[in-house]
Design a protein around this ligand. Sequence first.
Ligand code: MOS
Length: 764
Amino acid sequence: MSLIKKVIETAAQVMPDRDRDRLIDEHRFLGQPLDRLDGRAKVTGSAPFSAEYPVADLHHAALAHSTISKGVIKSINTSAAEGAPGVIKVITHLNAPGMKVPKPMSAQGEPSAGVTEVKILNTDQVSWDGQPIAVVVADTEERAEYAASLITVDYDAEPGMNSFEEAIPSAKKPKQILGEDPEVTRGDPDSVFESAEHRVDLHFATPPYNHNAIEPHAAIAIWDGDDKLTVYDTSQFTAGTANSLVDIFGLKKGSVRLISTYVGGGFGGKGGLWSYNQLAVLAARMTGKPVRLALSRKGVFRLVGGRTPSQQRVAIAADESGHISAFIHEGVTAQSTDNNFPEQFSFPPRHLYSMQTYRIGQKVCEVNRVANTFMRAPGESIGTFAVETAMDALAYQLGLDPVEFRMRNEPEKDPVSGNEFSGRHMREAYQLGAEKFGWKNRPAAVRSQLDGEWLIGQGVATGTYPMYRMIASARVRISSDGIALIESSAQEMGMGTATVQTQHAAELLGLPMEKVHFEYGDSTLPWAGVAGGSSQTVSIALAVQQATETLLKELLSLAHQDSSSVLKGASTDDVSMAKEGIFIKGQSLVGETYVTLLKRAKKDFVVAEHTTGAPIEVMKYSMHSYAAQFCELRVHRQTGEVRLDRWVGAFDAGRILNPKMALSQFRGGIIMGIGMALTEETLFDDRTGRIANASLAEYHLPVQADVPSIDIVYTDIPDPHTPMGARGIGEIGITGVAAAVANAIYHATGKRITSLPITLEKLL
Ligand code: MOS
């Protein structure tokens, strides 16, 4: 016990960036609203998506999908497809070679990418409608598609569990959820709740949602002989996906090179492993040709899962003074029979409010649907909808302003773990947001603002998202021309990875931005964990910091070899990396540039690589980001139409490293939340298990006209226990959004809507 404690203490000491306090005069880039380095390539179209790489003799694969949700393939007729023009191969479970089934992601997240046991033509069993059952390879995409349409199948169909509602009675408590207990309890919340004077008990329903990144999933697979493979893929986990392919195809470690440089959005939908890339690899192996498999939008709906549906109950009791006396949050999500991902909706209230008596937990049931997966702030998005709507309802019952009610229940320490918060400035976030929004001008009474036929309302909700850090490696090299090269297998998914890593490295090394090159998007580069859990920026930056420490030692030892060096005898603590070299602290004129140092030592470059340790800081501290979401909207009295008028998102996410890119991340999250609240919903036909709206025409993403002006404010208070003082910002934006909308609708109309999306028929 004491040893573990010591390890944690030591880790916590080395965590803060010792360079943060260093005086670096001219090269300060973190905190600046710099343009995206990949911006020009993106807007001019020269940044290729995975399907766009030019490859000689490229062949194309198309899929045939199952049309039942459960059963066995009795026979499959491929002769017409085989005889169709341009076709060189038709692959089914009958002629596909055996491949290892990728393992579902474990609690810790194994270094292979996978959340589901994907079906990859290794079985005659069907477990969801849309499962790929054949791959056709032809010389053009159109010919492959046409031939795939000629395949006929005879099934032994069985009744599938197609309906979430019907599966709920069979729900079970999972063993664990992302390494946490599925349920946490203290005291007897039911009896406290029953005897409380002030209480709400609400039931919520959230629908399944689908991923619709601008770039649909696609892969190009190129074999070089039997044992070397290159894949152009669109992945949030370049190195992990490569490892999975090694595993699945029984190859030697390091024999797969996966290129995933510019990813056209992921949001979690490219974090797990889906079958399209394996099927492309398989098709390429069986034909001896380079093969591209690019999913259509409909193909993404069929092959790639999205967010689970959920049913949740939130029951909260409070005493006369507005302090929470009992908190109950429970419910059910769905997962497919092939995967293991109970989306963690019960996580947010474990850290949000001061409470002594609680039961917070969840169950999961199985359905015959495509496997669910991560989707922006999995758990926190739907969990905060339920919790924050219930908090709003209880505030009204207590006659308290909803902001005031939350402030009265701000905890001193994490209410479940008892740990200190690493950095929690919820009050400041609320203050900033309320001021920007003009919250004090809001009339307390519901249904009290009318503008013609429109009822106006203002709502607020808390958002929260955990701080995660993944193990990462980075290589840092400085050459004798004074240029630094930073290498990581991470990909640029649209959030500004390359830019912020360049900012950080330039500041760390005391170089101008132009003299730092960040090389990424290739699995053969040093390991980067999945770009998930809003963790990528800090994870890589810590590896860069630690590699730089080694590099500095290396450079100093070179200097020490030369008696004429002004750095002779200086230790790492005596110097700063600044002004394109190494200088004695406090003596800005005494030092040497990297160019001078390396040239004199007759070295072309020095290089250092480092792998970070496990994120044990999260065992010591309760580490989370926070949001206060404010919205104003109008609801039409006759039609129930909801129009958003304005939004203020106030965030406490540690230090903001690039305000320009951060604003986009926050806004993007809020816009996804608006879709979740008002328009998006995957409609499963419970009779067949098929998705009925597998297109952008019928799956309604918010468009420009649905999105109000969004103001963003943030505390910008560095977290003392994270690299660079930053916490992740990719997912916090969506959290709390649906509740803020629902709460504003209540304020406008007096109607408490507890199911998403809030479509107009629910308001009539
Ligand atoms: Mo995020 S849903 O962890 O890509």
